[in-house]
Design a protein. Sequence first.
Length: 190
Amino acid sequence: MKCISAVPDVSFGCPDRRSASVTTLIRAFLPGDLPAVSRIHAEAFPRQHRSEEWIACNVRAFPRCRYFVAEVNGGVAGYVLWTERSGFRTEVVLELEQIAVARDVRRHGVGAALICTSLRNVVQDLHSRGSSLRSVMVTTRSDNEAQRLYQRVLGAEIEATLKNLFAADEVVMIAHDPCGRIDRWAPEMP
């Protein structure tokens, strides 16, 4: 798998051992991405409604909320939403609030590419304002297979289980050294 970052322009190998044929461009969300991201959101999260309105409202919350998209073969194939928690601080707790990949490109490393590239970009932006990343938090259903992705790519571990929060139990996962983990996947990135 080859990942190409549009923010900044850097290429690196991402943690996917299944496919060498998918080239993914990771870049910041642009206004024209809203329809495609909304479709991916609706497909991935069918219990959530009004996808376009939800995403548009989060996009307006920049820099607290930051969207990045993955392009595969010229089309938007996934997105990630990072959210700063509890105010703008010098030591930031960042939440990987939501990530989704189109069904036809799942299990090809697109999710890992989104996390790797976008997190590096957010960390660089935090450094430019005099802040650093303390940890990354992820909440997900206790039966969600994506937990393995968060463990593998971020080094996130389950810290708590919230019983019957939405449709089922949710786990809170924390990555205490996500930058070190990302550096092991992509050491040549600046």
